[in-house]
Write a protein that binds this ligand. Structure first.
Ligand SMILES: Cc1cc2nc3c(=O)[nH]c(=O)nc-3n(C[C@H](O)[C@H](O)[C@H](O)COP(=O)(O)OP(=O)(O)OC[C@H]3O[C@@H](n4cnc5c(N)ncnc54)[C@H](O)[C@@H]3O)c2cc1C
Length: 476
């Protein structure tokens, strides 16, 4: 990392020039998202500078070739791929330009990962303001999906902590966008899934912490009513909280969960051995998943056993346990390529938010999932605070449930359609970064900001250059 004084974000001086920059080499690749479903082939380009990325966009716009940005490919389905087009990877735009140790303001290129930013920030007592369940996410991907974390009820989603970003519009023109200066473009890009252009760098406000350990309280709940009551209560008391639910439990045990809630430990609460190094952080993955898992390993029986064992092992109540960032925020990052465990068919994530007041529908969704042969391995329930103005931003005040299913589960499509109906009927929506099958008509009912988003896109990108497989399917 280069340590430089914090400065406002300005476009690269050389962007764009009348003379075309030297072409960035491309190679033809087959891409999927993290769920490993729906592969398509495109030309992948990895520019190392903003001007080179602008040149690619200009070229694509001139030739009417579809183009879409790609970060670390952690969206679950096909938001970061574009069949037959050009995919611009931000892997070469991975420098932290500046990080002010006094204010915690970081200026980063768009391909910087949250892990990189954590390592750089923790050295000065700063943490990322919002972290999803994996830190293998880029700044560009975090803005484009307006990602949320276990602290959404207090901190909102990622874009609320972005002071400015540099965006290359679909024809390659650079603009610096702030929430106050260009609110329309800012809130179309935050949550806009890469369809307004390519973010090249951003200014992020980090969060002050006294240590890299989280003081965690764990509560095991007996059923869905207790789970919801404890989550509501913990929202008042903790910065971070989430419930891992045993979604296969039925009857009186429906919705039983293990709720973990916490806040970063204060320096004074660290054990003596850690006080000399309060910000220690080891980001390395622990183990790698084997290259291939047999199909069918994740089935109703194995998942029931795993859920049962994990629920039984959890304490009824444990307080003040100090957990590492890896343990508390990113347990799945401990196994590299854990997505392979679902076998060659891959898996589908499904995440909804239902507004407060729709608790009966949340309960109904647990009943539907528990009764269906489709087993969900990782099932997470949490409460969101108010959403932000992002036109396609997912979070909204209410209950959010994330589920994942082996993609080859028989009857999965009609079952998820049934969940969609429940969600739409109660004023909810699904998350585009995870979606792989919602219908365009259903999506329109879920996102009231969609007409404004389409209007802005038509103005910004009349030739429709920015296109992903996701946007094609949904007509975004
Ligand atoms: C294990 C796991 C846990 C997760 N947990 C959460 C969670 O708790 N909360 C949550 O909100 N999400 C979660 N996610 C989803 C993930 O945070 C988002 O999908 C995120 O967008 C992925 O970032 P990425 O860099 O991999 O982007 P990609 O997946 O490569 O791209 C995602 C979207 O961002 C666009 N994009 C990427 N870079 C740019 C750029 N520079 N400019 C413009 N657009 C760009 C792409 O076009 C695409 O539409 C999780 C994913 C995994 C695998």
């Amino acid at each position: 990392m280069r340590d430089m004084p914090t400065s406002p974000v300005t476009p690269d001086p050389a962007t764009p020039s009348a003379a075309p920059p030297s072409p960035v080499p491309t190679r033809t690749v087959t891409l999927t998202g993290w769920g490993r479903v729906a592969p398509t082939t495109a030309d992948l380009a990895t520019p190392a500078t903003g001007p080179a990325a602008a040149g690619l966009l200009r070229l694509a716009a001139g030739r009417s070739t579809p183009v879409i940005p790609r970060g670390l490919g952690r969206s679950y389905n096909n938001a970061a791929q574009s069949a037959g087009g050009v995919v611009i990877s931000t892997a070469g735009l991975n420098r932290i330009v500046s990080l002010d140790p006094e204010t915690g303001v970081a200026v980063c290129e768009a391909g910087v990962s949250l892990e990189q930013l954590m390592v750089a920030g923790l050295a000065h007592g700063w943490f990322v303001p919002v972290s999803p369940g994996t830190r293998q996410v880029t700044i560009g991907g975090a803005i484009a999906a307006d990602v949320h974390g276990k602290n959404h009820h207090q901190a909102g989603s990622f874009a609320s902590h972005v002071a400015a970003f540099d965006l290359l519009l679909p024809r390659g023109e650079p603009v610096t966008v702030t929430p106050a200066g260009e609110p329309g473009l800012f809130w179309a890009t935050a949550g806009g899934m890469g369809l307004t252009g390519l973010v090249t760098r951003a200014t992020i406000r980090l969060k002050r912490v006294e240590s890299s350990l989280v003081a965690v309280d764990t509560v095991k709940t007996a059923d869905i009513d207790e789970t919801m009551a404890v989550l509501a209560e913990h929202d008042q008391r903790y910065g971070y909280t989430v419930a891992w639910s045993d979604v296969l439990a039925t009857g009186r045990a429906l919705g039983r969960s293990v709720i973990t809630s916490g806040d970063f430990a204060r320096a004074a609460d660290l054990p003596p051995g850690r006080r000399g190094d309060p910000f220690a952080f080891d980001p390395r993955s622990r183990i790698g998943a084997p290259a291939a898992f047999p199909p069918g390993l994740m089935n109703r029986y194995s998942i029931r056993l795993a859920n049962e064992a994990w629920y039984r092992k959890a304490p009824r109540l444990r307080q003040g346990e100090l957990q590492t960032i890896n343990q508390f925020f990113h347990p799945l990052d401990g196994i590299r390529n854990w997505n392979r465990v679902y076998g060659p068919g891959g898996f589908r994530q499904y995440q909804y938010v239902l507004p407060f007041g729709a608790e009966a529908a949340v309960r109904r969704s647990f009943e539907l999932v528990a009764a269906h042969p489709a087993p969900s391995f990782v099932t997470v329930l949490k409460r969101f605070g108010p959403g932000d103005p992002g036109l396609l931003s997912f979070p909204a005040a209410g209950w959010t449930l994330a589920l994942d299913f082996p993609a080859r589960t028989p009857g999965l499509g009609p079952f998820l359609d049934q969940l969609d109906r429940l969600v739409v009927d109660h004023g909810g929506r699904v998350y585009l970064a995870k979606d792989s099958r919602v219908s365009p008509a259903t999506l329109e009912q879920m996102y009231p900001g969609l007409p404004d988003f389409r209007k802005l896109r038509a103005e910004l990108d009349p030739r429709g250059t920015m296109v992903s497989d996701l946007s094609r399917r949904l007509g975004l």
